[in-house]
Write a protein that binds this ligand. Structure first.
Ligand code: HEM
Length: 221
């Protein structure tokens, strides 16, 4: 271990991770503002947690409560998310990061780690993920694919007609898009709670290094 500590996360992982985090925050905030204009459930999100500029000014300018601005944010976030997701997945496959750190994920190991987590006995070693974490990461990556594909079906319903059929029509695609958002926001809440429990992981995800003893995988990213 050098004076700088061991390498825990390579820069492409950190760049992709923080870009995905920013993109998700932009997309969720602006998505909630767009949803509010035509809710599919009997509630609206509080304006304060939505993104789309000043409602009064937007009403005066375009006659809508900031939906046009929210859509612009949503598309900007979408390109960032797609680029960051591709970087994360391509790097994960090519560098061997997925093979080394995101596998194995067998049901027995999951049950073992899940039970330990429920009893607050699950250890966290920097640079090494337990099976519950691995399953969560695969789950959120899958939800991101679903949210991108269902979003494309909503954006371009004619050009992506086979997707419309897959989701059971435009409204079906909206519902799937909404459910994927719930999965991602749910992941984020648990993810942030776990980061708060082990704050040293945050330092490692920002700097790429950890001052703790070398992890079992030898500190590979
Ligand atoms: C916005 C606030 C976020 C913070 C503060 C945060 C923080 C962190 C930290 C500290 C780690 C390292 C965990 C460890 O070493 O045990 C991590 C890993 C990870 N996070 Fe986040 N995260 C955030 C948002 C997100 C979002 C929105 C996603 C999903 C798109 C995400 C997906 C992941 C994944 C997949 C990993 C594993 C990275 C790898 O090693 O390849 N995170 N996050």
């Amino acid at each position: 271990m050098s004076v700088l500590g061991v390498q825990t996360h390579a820069w492409p992982v950190r760049l992709a991770h923080w870009s995905m985090a920013l993109a998700i925050l932009i997309m969720v905030g602006s998505g909630w503002r767009i949803y509010n204009a035509e809710p599919i459930l009997p509630f609206r999100f509080p304006l304060a947690v939505t993104l789309g500029g000043d409602v009064e000014a937007a009403l005066a300018r375009h006659g809508d409560p900031g939906v046009a601005t929210a859509i612009a944010w949503h598309f900007a976030g979408m390109w960032l998310l797609i680029a960051a997701f591709l970087l994360f997945v391509i790097y994960g496959v090519v560098s061997g990061h997925f093979r080394r750190d995101f596998f194995p994920v067998g049901p027995r190991a999951f049950l073992h780690d899940f039970t330990a987590a429920l009893h607050f006995r699950l250890e966290h070693r920097l640079g090494e993920y337990n099976t519950v974490q691995k399953v969560f990461y695969w789950g959120v990556l899958a939800a991101i694919i679903v949210i991108i594909v269902s979003g494309l079906a909503i954006w371009k319903p004619v050009q992506t007609y086979p997707l419309e059929v897959l989701f059971g029509g435009f409204q079906g695609a909206r519902i799937v898009h909404f459910l994927a958002m719930i999965v991602i926001v749910g992941f984020l809440v648990i993810h942030l709670a776990l980061v708060a429990l082990v704050p040293s992981t945050l330092v490692a995800m920002i700097t790429g290094r950890s001052g703790s003893p070398a992890p079992r995988n030898g500190g590979r990213p």
